[in-house]
Design a protein around this ligand. Structure first.
Ligand code: FES
Ligand SMILES: [Fe+2]
Length: 432
């Protein structure tokens, strides 16, 4: 339970807010690369409450500039892509990807006014299907050396989706391991493995669907430890006297989580504020052993959302597809087999910004409690002029596997090293 003031402090991210200043010190996803495909690569983007325009110049460089032209405020979304930048159609001022003013064609010949103005702009970098932006002060940090970034393109797939509520409650579902046994429960398991679907695999080395494990062992033991990147979260389910099922998931501070998708694939997922009451999830799916069937994964996801906003077809306007009959016979939620819809309901139904003054956190909410503590500390640190913390990816591993109950601390690491040993690209995540 939080005070109303504290809830405001950790959820609001517009310019000048303490939490907004913190999030701006980390690279944030701004768009999918595929959103700039096509003949005119210019796109309006709203990010952390700021209205911006993302474009790709003739040399293939990305620019993310303020929406309103620094001359008299016209909307740069309608700009002309030409002459090494984007040109405002109102009076022809031309800006490059860094916001440098290159031309002011209506100003007198010989004027140097061009050197005195700048269009506010943020640095961008493209990685494995996503364009990331750095919106903070000073030089941007290096992108962290996480598996999602280290993997070659052929082993990665990126996608996004709109969630119509505050970013923090959306993030918190990803660090809540207990909900998988309830929110994502099915009364029947799939006959075969479902490629590209969360919980679509068999438990490692068995014929048992992960959905069956989650349903039958519904009181996981949850342990949380702090790391240099945020939190490592263990959910242990004791299967018998010698074996346990383990899911190792992670909070990658401040607004991402890294979780297993299947035995060989992981999901690295950011929740970036559009504004205080909307956020986008951006995910990179990374496979250690095999190349990713991008077409299949894309088709699966496009079937359940509408473009250009990547809004879920099942959403608040249609009760997330809720069907009372189905809730009795097929799924715990009555909202179909797509677990992303379940999560969508779970976070949007809390309201635009969850009222945390009325909640009661239990033992299964350990990671949520721990994360809020980190968030409050980090907001204070940055507010006091300190550096943004928890940016060391050493040891960031997500895995879903079966371990010896009396040796689980070593076993899950050994299983991770096994898959890396067979991977054409993944090295040990453990330094030192
Ligand atoms: S308002 Fe953009 S050039 Fe004048
Ligand atoms: Fe979930």
């Amino acid at each position: 339970m939080l005070s109303a003031e504290m809830n405001e402090r950790i959820t609001r991210t517009d310019t000048g807010t303490p939490c907004g200043e913190l999030l701006r010190r980390y690279w944030q996803p701004a768009a999918l690369v595929e959103e700039l495909d096509g003949p005119r690569p210019v796109k309006p983007v709203r990010l952390l409450g700021e209205d911006l325009v993302l474009f790709k110049d003739e040399a293939g460089r990305y620019g993310l500039i303020h929406k309103h032209c620094c001359h008299r405020g016209a909307d740069m979304t309608f700009g002309r892509l030409e002459d090494g930048g984007i040109r405002c159609p109102f009076h022809g001022w031309l800006f490059d990807v860094d916001g440098k003013c290159l031309e002011q064609p209506a100003e007198p010949v010989g004027s140097n006014f061009c050197n005195k103005v700048r269009q506010p702009a943020y640095p961008c970098v493209e990685k494995n299907g996503i364009i990331f932006a750095y919106m903070g002060p000073g030089e941007p940090p290096a992108l962290p050396a996480i598996d999602a970034f280290n993997a070659p393109d052929a082993h990665s797939f990126a996608f996004k989706g709109l969630i119509e509520c505050n970013w923090l409650q959306a993030l918190e579902v990803g660090i809540d391991p207990a909900h998988a046994s309830y929110l994502h429960r099915f009364f029947e398991d799939p006959d075969e493995e479902l490629y590209g679907q969360q919980f679509g695999a068999r438990a490692a080395g068995t014929d048992t669907p992960v959905t069956e494990v989650l349903r039958n062992y519904d009181r996981p033991e949850i342990k949380v430890e702090q790391t240099g990147y945020g939190l490592r979260i263990f959910a242990l389910r004791e299967l018998d006297e010698v074996k346990s099922h383990i899911r190792v998931t992670n909070l990658a501070f401040p607004n991402a989580f890294v979780i297993p998708m299947s035995n060989d694939m992981i999901i690295t997922q950011w929740h970036v504020p559009v504004d205080d009451v909307n956020n986008y999830w951006y995910a990179i799916f990374t496979d250690y052993r095999r190349t990713v069937d991008k077409q299949t994964m894309r088709d699966q996801r496009l079937a359940s959302c509408t473009l250009p906003d990547y809004r879920s077809v099942k959403n608040r306007d249609n009760n997330w597809g809720y069907d009372a009959d189905e809730q009795r016979t097929l799924s715990y939620t009555g909202m179909g087999r797509d677990i992303n819809v379940h999560d969508q309901w779970a976070v949007e139904s809390l309201g635009p910004i969850q009222d945390r003054t009325i909640e009661h956190l239990g033992a299964t909410d350990r990671a949520i409690t721990a994360n809020r503590k980190l968030l409050m500390q980090a907001i204070d640190t940055v507010e006091d002029g300190g550096a943004a913390p928890l940016d060391d990816p050493d040891g960031l591993v997500a895995i879903d596997t079966i371990v010896a109950s009396d040796n689980w601390q070593d076993d899950w690491r050994a299983h991770d090293m096994d898959r890396r040993g067979e991977s054409p690209w993944a090295e040990s995540p453990w330094r030192g």
